[in-house]
Design a protein around this ligand. Structure first.
Ligand code: 5GP
Length: 206
């Protein structure tokens, strides 16, 4: 499928800083839009249906899987999460660039549907730092932190399947790296051809 917009997919182990980086990027870059996923997990804190996620029942999720409504979906930490085709195709068809913040299994599936998707993996600088970030976050029990650390080993082993890797040691540096990836992608000939088809035509460039 070929759309004028670009699709960026960001994955990382829990605690590597993916959400904070994507949030900061979205605040700085008005051409970029988030995709709202569907999940079977219940809302947390101030989360609102349709803003952070579409919160759906197991039956509703099953029905969407049966209707082939997802570009990708995966089991993550005992819940199901999926990116609906509609969530990204509508935005990309209008020329917007879309950013997906999903787990590594979903990122790998996305490439099968959107061959032009840019997959970015965020790594922590070390295992010690990842553990201390999870501890400082104060959201999880020691058992859950151990589980997240174990999952992280499996996740980082997939890094070679991604196009880019950012090591999130210093937040500002990692954000700079993320901006650079997005910007350089927009300047690629294939992306410019899609986004600026009329200019290419006017210049008689095939
Ligand atoms: P949380 O429940 O903490 O919001 O998210 C848990 C994990 O699920 C995170 O790694 C998040 O990026 C991932 N996730 C969120 N939406 C999707 C999605 O649509 N597909 C996949 N595969 N993972 C998702």
């Amino acid at each position: 499928m070929d759309y004028p917009g670009n699709l960026f997919v960001v994955a990382a182990p829990s605690g590597a800083g993916k959400s904070s980086l994507c949030k900061a990027l979205l605040e700085l870059d008005s051409r970029l839009q988030p995709s709202v996923s569907h999940t079977t997990r219940p809302p947390r804190g101030q989360e609102k249906h349709g803003r952070e996620y579409f919160f759906v029942s197991q039956q509703e999720f099953d029905a969407m899987v049966a209707a082939d409504a997802f570009v990708e979906w995966a089991h993550v930490h005992a819940n199901r999460y999926g990116t609906s085709k509609k969530a990204i195709e509508d935005r990309m068809a209008m020329g917007a660039d879309v950013i997906l913040e999903i787990d590594f299994q979903g990122a790998v599936q996305i490439k099968n549907v959107f061959a032009n998707a840019i997959c970015i993996f965020i790594l922590p600088p070390s295992w010690e730092e990842l553990r201390s970030r999870l501890e400082r976050r104060g959201e999880d029990s020691p058992e859950i932190i151990d589980m997240r650390m174990k999952n992280a080993q499996v996740e980082v082993a997939q890094v070679a399947k991604f196009d880019f890797v950012i090591i999130n040691e210093l937040f500002d540096r990692a954000l700079f790296d993320l901006k650079a990836i997005v910007h350089s992608q927009r300047l690629k000939i294939s992306a410019q051809r899609r986004a600026r088809a009329e200019t290419f035509q006017a210049l008689n460039i095939l």
